[in-house]
Design a protein around this ligand. Structure first.
Ligand SMILES: Cc1cc2nc3c(=O)[nH]c(=O)nc-3n(C[C@H](O)[C@H](O)[C@H](O)COP(=O)(O)OP(=O)(O)OC[C@H]3O[C@@H](n4cnc5c(N)ncnc54)[C@H](O)[C@@H]3O)c2cc1C
Length: 295
C-alpha cells in the first residue's frame, strides 16, 4: 500500500488528482479501524495530518468556517458559543481519545447514518455547506445534498473536504442521542434541533434512523406555521402539550428506521418522538428565558 504524506493543501489536492483511489485520512479513527479489521485495503493512503490549515477555524460573526480536521475536543472547547448544537453532539462522540483525533471532516467522509455530527449540521440551517476541493477548483455542496446513500456522499473521486461552513447560531440548539450507555456507543437514534428566531424557522436532523441522515421536513414546516400563526416567537408563550406531541409524531414519521442489533424500527421511532419533544421543550424554554432577560 502506498503512503502519501502531503505537506500542504495544494500537494494534497495534487496527490488526490494523481491517485483518485487513495483513501484520505484525517484523525484516522474510522480509517484505522477499517484497515486493522481488514474491511478495506486501499491501494494508497492519503495522510492529511500535516496539512495545518485543515485544523483551523474562523468566524466572521455570521458563519463559522470549520476546517475538516478540527478535532471534536476543540469544537467543544472553542466553538460551544457559535455552534452549540454541534458542540453538544461532539460531547457524545466516543471517548476523550476519539474526540482528540476524530473530526467533522472524517464524519462527513464516512457519511455513516449514525455519525453524530450530521443531525447537528442539518439542524443548523439550510445554508450549511461542505467545501469540496480538487485541482479543478472548489465547490460548495449544500448539506442536504451531501448524503447520497448508506455511507455514501456527494464527493467526486478527486475531491477532498476542506471545511464546513456553518451559520453562527441565532437561537438555542440541542442534540440528544439514545444508546445503551453514556459513552462509546453508536447511536440507536439521534436528533438535532435548532430554533432560528431570525428567520422564524426551526431546523431538525435525524440520525441513525434512515439510510442517510435526514431532516424532518414536515415537522419543521408544522412548527414554522404554528409559531407564526400564534405569534409565539414574539410572545414567547408556553407550548401547548398537543403541539409538542404533534411535533414528535411528525419527526418519528419522517424516519425510515430498520430493525438491527442496536434496536428495533418501532423502538427507534418511539425514541425519536421522545427526544424530539424533549429537545423542542429545552430549546423553547431557553428561548423564553432569553426573551425575558432582554425585555
Ligand atoms: C472507539 C470509537 C468510538 C467512536 N464513537 C463515535 C461516536 O460516538 N459518534 C460518531 O459519530 N462516530 C464515532 N466513531 C467514528 C469516528 O470517530 C468518527 O466518524 C470521526 O468523526 C471520524 O473522524 P476522523 O477524522 O478520525 O476520520 P478518518 O478516520 O480519518 O476518516 C473517516 C472517513 O472520512 C474520509 N475522510 C477523512 N478526511 C477527509 C477529507 N478531508 N476529505 C474527504 N474524505 C475524508 C476517510 O477517507 C474515511 O473514509 C467512533 C470510532 C471509534 C474507533
Amino acid at each position: 500500500m502506498e503512503f502519501l504524506r502531503p505537506a500542504s493543501w495544494d500537494e494534497a489536492l495534487a496527490a488526490k488528482a494523481r491517485h483518485p483511489d487513495a483513501l484520505p485520512l484525517c484523525g484516522g479513527t474510522d480509517v484505522m479501524v477499517e484497515l486493522n479489521f481488514d474491511l478495506r485495503r486501499p491501494p494508497a493512503l492519503l495522510d492529511l495530518t500535516r496539512v495545518a490549515e485543515l485544523t483551523t477555524w474562523s468566524d466572521d460573526g455570521a458563519v463559522v468556517r470549520l476546517g475538516a480536521a478540527v478535532p471534536y475536543s476543540r469544537i467543544i472547547a472553542e466553538l460551544s458559543g457559535p455552534l452549540p448544537g454541534l458542540a453538544l453532539a461532539a460531547r457524545t462522540v466516543g471517548s476523550p481519545q476519539i474526540r482528540n483525533r476524530g473530526s467533522v471532516g472524517g464524519n462527513l467522509g464516512a457519511a455513516s447514518p449514525a455519525g453524530d455530527a450530521h443531525p447537528a449540521l442539518l439542524a443548523a440551517g439550510r445554508d450549511v455547506a461542505v467545501e469540496a476541493a480538487s485541482v479543478r477548483g472548489t465547490r460548495l455542496i449544500p448539506i442536504d445534498a451531501f448524503y447520497t446513500g448508506v455511507k455514501r456522499n456527494a464527493l467526486a473521486a478527486d475531491e477532498l473536504i476542506r471545511a464546513v461552513r456553518i451559520p453562527v447560531a441565532d437561537g438555542p440548539q440541542q442534540f440528544a442521542k439514545v444508546g445503551p450507555r453514556n459513552a462509546m456507543v453508536i447511536a440507536v437514534c439521534a436528533f438535532g434541533f435548532a430554533l432560528h428566531p431570525r428567520t422564524g424557522t426551526v431546523g431538525t436532523g435525524i440520525g441513525s434512523a434512515a439510510p442517510t441522515p435526514r431532516r424532518a421536513v414536515e415537522a419543521e414546516e408544522y412548527l414554522r406555521g404554528e409559531f407564526a400563526g400564534r405569534g409565539l416567537w414574539e410572545r414567547g408563550g408556553t407550548l401547548e402539550a398537543g403541539l409538542v406531541r404533534r411535533f414528535g409524531e411528525l419527526v418519528a414519521a419522517a424516519a425510515a428506521p430498520i430493525d438491527d442489533v442496536r434496536g428495533s424500527a418501532a423502538y427507534r421511532r418511539h425514541a425519536l418522538a421522545v427526544i424530539a419533544r424533549r429537545t423542542l421543550t429545552w430549546t423553547w424554554n431557553e428561548h423564553r428565558r432569553q426573551i425575558r432577560s432582554t425585555a
